[in-house]
Write a protein that binds this ligand. Structure first.
Ligand code: ADP
Length: 447
C-alpha cells in the first residue's frame, strides 16, 4: 500500500488522548480479505481498559458540553477538512482491511466527511423553546442538553461513515464518545481518531477501543456513566444490546438488518443479469474493479448456502452462482430468477453480490410481498407513473423509500428503519436529537 502519511495507520487504542496498548499487551490480527495477508494488529482491550475509556469520556464531558457550540463546530470543521486532505490514505487503509474497490473507498471517505460537515453546520442550531404558559406569573421553557457519554458500536461494511454519522451527531450535541469499530475493520476508525487529535479535540472527548466485542459491549451496555448507546449491526446483536442496556435505562439507537425490496415495473431480468455478469471482480486496489471480496470465509459460506437453498426451492440461475476464478473470498455477481418470498435469500441479509428476483402480478401484490418481512430499513421502486410513485412511497413499511433512485443516503436526510430494522434516526435534523435530552424549566414567582 502506498501511503503518504504512515502515522495515520494506528495500531493502538485511543484513550484519554493517548495511544495505548491493552493493559496486558494482548493484540489481535486483522487480515486483508482480498489477499489474506496480515494488515496489522489492534489491541484486545480488557474490561478495565474500556472502563478507563468511559471514565475519560465522563471526565471530558463537563468541559465539552460547556464549550460553545461555535467552538465545537470549528473543531468538527477542522476534522472534516483533515478527512478530505487525507482522503487517499484513509481510502487505502480501508481497502486493505475491508476489501471494497478503491474508488468506492474514496467515495465513502467523502460521504463519511459529509456527516462531519453537516453536523458542524447544524451545531449552532441546537436550541429549545419558550412555551406558552397557562400561568400569568410563570414562564416555561425547554432546554436541549447532551445526554452524556455515548457508546458507539459500528460494523465493517462502512468503517468510516458509520462512525462519523454517529460521532458527528454526538460531538455536536455536546456528548463525549467511546467507540468500538468492528473487529474486521478497526484501522479506518483509528485513522479517523488520529485526525481528531490533529484537529485539536480535547483528550477524552473521542475514545476508540478495539478487541473482543462481547467484552467491550458488556462494559459499554452496563456502565452507569454511559447514557447513550448507538449501534449499527445485526438485528440479533442489536436486540441483545438493547436488553443489556435495560438495567441502566440507556438511550438506545439501533440501525439493524434490512433486506430491501427493489420494485421494477418493466421487463428487467435479462438486462439486469447481463449487466451483473459484466461487473469486474477483484482486489480493490486494481483499476476498474467494481466488486471486491467478501469480508470473511464465513460470509462466503453464507452466500453459498443462500444460493443452494434458492436453487433447491426452484430458483433459476441467470448469472454467476459460484466462487470466482480468483479464489479466496471472491464470489461471482449472481442473479437468481423465480425466487419466492420464503427463501433464505429473501428473508435474511445475504451480504454478498446476490440479487434474487421475484415476479409479481401487480402493484398491490408487489406492496404486499415487499411488506411481508420482519425488516423495514429501505425499499426502492422504479416507475414513471406519478400516482403509483406516491402510493408506493406511502404504503411501503420502511424507514426510507427511494423512487427512481438507488443511492439515497445523504447527511441531510434522516437514515433509519422501522420494525426489526431499528430504533431512531441518524443524520438529518433528527440525528442530533438522538443525543439530546429535553429539559423542561418552569420559572415561577414573576409577580
Ligand atoms: P455484522 O453482521 O455487520 O458483522 P454484528 O452485529 O455481528 O453485524 O456486528 C456489528 C458490530 O457489533 C461489530 O462492531 C461487532 O464487533 C459488534 N458486536 C458483535 N457482537 C457484539 C456483542 N455481543 N456486544 C457488543 N458488540 C458486538
Amino acid at each position: 500500500m502506498k501511503q503518504s502519511d504512515p502515522l495515520l495507520f494506528r495500531q493502538q487504542a485511543l484513550i484519554d488522548g493517548e495511544w495505548r496498548d491493552a493493559a496486558d499487551g494482548a493484540r489481535f490480527a486483522i487480515h486483508n480479505p482480498a489477499t489474506a495477508e496480515t494488515v496489522g494488529h489492534a489491541p484486545c482491550c480488557s474490561a478495565a481498559d474500556v472502563e478507563r475509556a468511559v471514565a475519560a469520556a465522563h471526565a471530558a464531558f463537563a468541559g465539552w458540553r460547556a464549550t460553545p457550540a461555535k467552538t465545537r463546530a470549528q473543531l468538527l470543521r477542522r476534522w472534516f477538512d483533515l478527512m478530505l486532505a487525507n482522503r487517499d490514505d484513509l481510502a487505502a487503509i480501508m481497502v486493505r482491511e475491508q476489501g471494497k474497490p478503491l474508488a468506492e473507498a474514496r467515495g465513502e471517505i467523502d460521504y463519511a466527511a459529509s456527516f462531519i460537515e453537516w453536523f458542524a453546520e447544524e451545531a449552532r442550531r441546537v436550541y429549545g423553546d419558550v412555551v406558552a404558559s397557562p400561568w400569568a406569573e410563570r414562564r416555561m421553557l425547554t432546554l436541549q442538553q447532551p445526554v452524556g457519554v455515548a457508546a458507539l458500536i459500528t460494523p465493517w461494511n462502512f468503517p468510516a461513515a458509520m462512525l462519523t454519522r454517529k460521532a458527528g451527531a454526538a460531538l455536536t450535541a455536546g456528548c463525549t464518545v467511546v467507540a468500538k469499530p468492528a473487529s474486521q475493520t478497526p484501522f479506518t476508525a483509528l485513522a479517523l481518531a488520529e485526525l481528531t487529535q490533529r484537529a485539536g479535540f480535547p483528550p477524552g472527548v473521542l475514545n476508540i477501543v478495539t478487541g473482543d466485542a462481547a467484552t467491550i459491549g458488556g462494559v459499554l451496555t452496563s456502565h452507569p456513566l454511559v447514557r447513550k448507546l448507538s449501534f449499527t449491526g445485526s438485528t440479533a446483536v442489536g436486540k441483545q444490546l438493547l436488553a443489556q442496556s435495560a438495567a441502566t435505562l440507556k438511550h438506545v439507537s439501533l440501525e439493524l438488518g434490512g433486506n430491501a425490496p427493489f420494485i421494477v415495473f418493466d421487463a428487467f431480468a435479462e438486462k439486469f443479469a447481463a449487466a451483473a455478469a459484466r461487473l469486474k471482480v477483484g482486489n480493490g486496489f486494481e483499476a476498474g474493479v467494481e466488486i471486491g471480496p467478501l469480508i470473511s470465509a464465513a460470509a462466503l459460506r453464507k452466500v453459498e448456502a443462500h444460493i443452494a437453498d434458492a436453487l433447491a426451492q426452484g430458483a433459476t440461475l441467470l448469472a454467476g452462482g459460484s466462487r470466482h476464478a480468483l479464489g479466496g473470498q471472491f464470489f461471482q455477481p449472481t442473479v437468481l430468477r423465480d425466487c419466492t418470498p420464503g427463501m433464505q435469500v429473501c428473508r435474511d441479509e445475504t451480504f454478498g453480490p446476490v440479487a434474487p428476483l421475484i415476479r409479481f402480478a401487480g402493484e398491490a401484490e408487489a406492496i404486499r410481498m415487499a411488506n411481508d418481512t420482519e425488516f423495514g430499513l429501505a425499499a426502492y421502486a422504479y416507475t414513471r407513473d406519478l400516482g403509483r410513485a406516491w402510493r408506493l412511497a406511502e404504503a411501503l413499511d420502511y424507514g426510507m423509500v427511494g423512487i427512481n433512485a438507488g443511492l439515497i443516503s445523504t447527511a441531510e436526510a434522516a437514515f433509519g428503519g422501522v420494525k426489526q430494522s431499528g430504533l431512531g434516526r441518524e443524520g438529518g435534523r433528527s440525528g442530533i436529537g438522538e443525543y439530546l435530552e429535553s429539559k423542561y424549566v418552569n420559572l415561577g414567582g414573576l409577580g
